[in-house]
Design a protein around this ligand. Structure first.
Ligand SMILES: [Zn+2]
Length: 174
């Protein structure tokens, strides 16, 4: 069954997502499966549960080069439940982001370059992972979705927002 991706304007994208407490719930397993398959079909590099209409603290990072992100590094999909993070340096960088919930648009967003993420895996075990650069960016983008934020909220100048058509022209020759 095809899962629909919630689009900007839907109230669920502006809500604080609830923490997961029951790691054996069949609904959680189904949610993770739906997130993984939706991400695979969408050519995205990350997804958060509110984007498929479930207001829970679950996100997936699955970085690999796709037609949407041709320079993305390769990383096996990681399912993160109840994630949190802290910064490991003051270094921030601006780079382009897009969002499956906001089609047709890209914008420059400043993100922390070095972070330490704490999360629980599907079994509820606590895990820790250091993330840098583009992968750290994906995490912060998806983490925002759990707080009711979207990346456009972090754009510093409206001139940093462009159409995806123009974005692909910009990146085509690189
Ligand atoms: Zn997004």
């Amino acid at each position: 069954m095809k899962v629909e991706i919630v689009q900007l304007g839907a109230a669920i994208l502006r809500k604080n997502a609830k923490k997961i407490s029951n790691f054996n719930a069949p609904k959680l397993i189904a949610l993770i499966d739906d997130l993984l398959s939706t991400l695979e079909n969408s050519k995205g590099v990350g997804i958060a549960a509110p984007q498929i209409n479930h207001s829970y603290c679950v996100l997936i990072i699955a970085s690999k080069p796709t037609t949407r992100y041709s320079n993305a590094p390769v990383m096996k999909p990681v399912v993160m439940i109840n994630p949190s993070f802290k910064t490991l340096s003051d270094q921030q960088q601006k780079d382009w982001e897009g969002c499956l919930s906001i089609p047709g648009i890209r914008a420059l967003v400043s993100r922390h370059q070095h972070i330490l993420v704490n999360y629980q895996d599907r079994k509820g075990h606590v895990q820790q992972l250091e993330l840098n650069g583009f992968i750290a960016r994906i995490f912060q983008h998806e983490y925002d979705h759990l707080q009711g934020l979207v990346y456009l909220d972090r754009v510093e100048n409206n001139k940093d927002i462009i159409s995806e058509t123009e974005f692909f022209k910009l990146t085509k020759d690189k």
